[in-house]
Design a protein around this ligand. Structure first.
Ligand SMILES: *Cc1c(COP(=O)(O)O)cnc(C)c1O
Length: 384
């Protein structure tokens, strides 16, 4: 199948999904095997050992690469393993410029693991291109963006940041987990590498942990493939198959996430018990114009400022459909309290500096009926 002239929805269903050559199964089989029988000494069918090659994993990689408009994909056992592989391309003494409001686990890995091994990190607010430019050093080899960020929904101009990175001889990587390729395709804006926690929107059903890296750069692809083979963070075939089942409906799910997210953001913006809202799809978002330029939809991620821990608690514990849980991007709606949950390990001062107050509540709006979700939030806010 020539992916070049097909559109997103067709690619979601078909890319990487050739009928099984053995039985003709229309669904890619779950190749639940560690090894492959060799017809003769020194001959193989192209597969030797599943840490190195697995057909189910390859089908997933081809599918997600097509959705991002990329030539290559390398799947990992988690989103953090994918980001780690991108940074393990570097050597001791190399420098990375990272968005300061990156996923908490990414920040923890950089500062508590990789810094110990000799990589250097500078964290900046990537909303301001001057701060990125000022952080670049002669040994800077990578700029890592996350846009929109979690949970403040800040955006970074991908095209602008790419120009700064390239001018300094560094590669630009975007963590595209929050937007999904349906809403944002960083490679088309010049980025070199895109990473995902496929745990979230790509899989979409809250039943696996996974990660993937895609790129058009053949050298980077070969390095990532080697790093995965050499260090071992592979996803199992069953998880790859579940993720593939998820990506087939990514376009349908994202349309509904976008629509529900927009409706709930509008409802909450006008609510007397809500003091502030962070959603790039609202004209009141300070970067709404950039959002319209580089995104095609604004997802189901909405954060609200309730004004106090007591109100935040009442909202987070008072919903009946929204479940109180970490994670995001599944078909079911979730509600969380960043200061006490996902960002509890961030020192309080740093947390506040990023706007993550005790009154902040984050919603991952699912694909249920938006009227039911609005009524659920309304009754929880009434008691708050
Ligand atoms: C969840 C998440 C990660 C980490 O992914 P895991 O699959 O949990 O390892 C990285 N980046 C973002 C933006 C995430 O939301």
């Amino acid at each position: 199948m020539n992916a070049n002239n097909l559109r997103f929805a067709t690619l979601a269903v078909h890319a990487g999904q050739e009928p099984d050559p053995g039985a003709g199964a229309i669904m890619v089989p779950i190749y639940q095997t560690s090894t492959y029988v060799q017809p003769a000494l020194g001959q193989t069918h192209g597969y030797e050992y599943s840490r190195v090659q697995n057909p189910t994993r390859e089908a997933l990689e081809e599918n997600v690469a097509a959705l991002e408009g990329a030539r290559f994909g390398v799947a990992f056992s988690s989103g953090l393993a994918a980001i780690e592989a991108v940074t393990k391309r570097l050597s001791s003494g190399d420098h990375v410029v990272s968005e300061e409001n990156v996923y908490g686990g990414t920040h923890r890995m950089f500062t508590q693991v990789l810094a110990r091994l000799g990589l250097e990190f500078t964290f900046v607010d990537t909303r301001d291109p001057d701060l990125i430019a000022n952080a670049m050093r002669p040994n800077t080899r990578l700029v890592l963006l996350e846009t929109p960020t979690n949970p403040m929904m800040r955006l970074c101009d991908i095209q602008g940041a790419t120009e700064i990175a390239h001018e300094a001889g560094a590669l630009l990587c975007v963590d595209n987990t929050f937007a999904s390729p349906y809403n944002q395709r960083p490679l088309e804006l010049g980025a070199d590498i895109v990473v995902h926690s496929s745990t979230k929107y790509l899989n979409g059903h809250s039943d696996i942990i996974g990660g993937i890296v895609v790129t058009n750069n053949e050298t980077v692809h070969e390095e990532l493939y080697f790093l995965r083979k050499a260090t071992g963070a592979v996803p199992g075939p069953m998880d790859c198959w579940l993720c593939l089942r998820g990506t087939k409906t990514l376009h349908l799910r994202m349309r509904q996430h976008n629509e529900n997210g927009q409706r709930i953001a509008r409802f909450l913006e006008g609510h007397p018990k809500i003091e502030g809202i962070h959603y790039p799809g609202l004209p009141s978002h300070p970067q709404h114009e950039l959002a319209c330029r580089q995104m095609r939809g604004f997802t189901g991620m909405v954060s609200v400022e309730t004004g106090s821990l007591e109100r935040a608690r009442a909202l987070a514990e008072g919903t009946r459909i929204f479940a109180l849980a970490e994670s995001l991007g599944g078909v079911e709606s979730l509600i969380s309290h960043p200061a006490l949950m996902t960002h509890a390990s961030v020192p309080p001062q740093r947390r506040l500096a990023m706007g993550i107050s005790d009154g902040l509540v984050r919603l991952s709006v699912g694909v249920e009926d938006a009227d039911d979700l609005i009524e659920d939030l309304d009754q929880a806010l009434r008691s708050a």
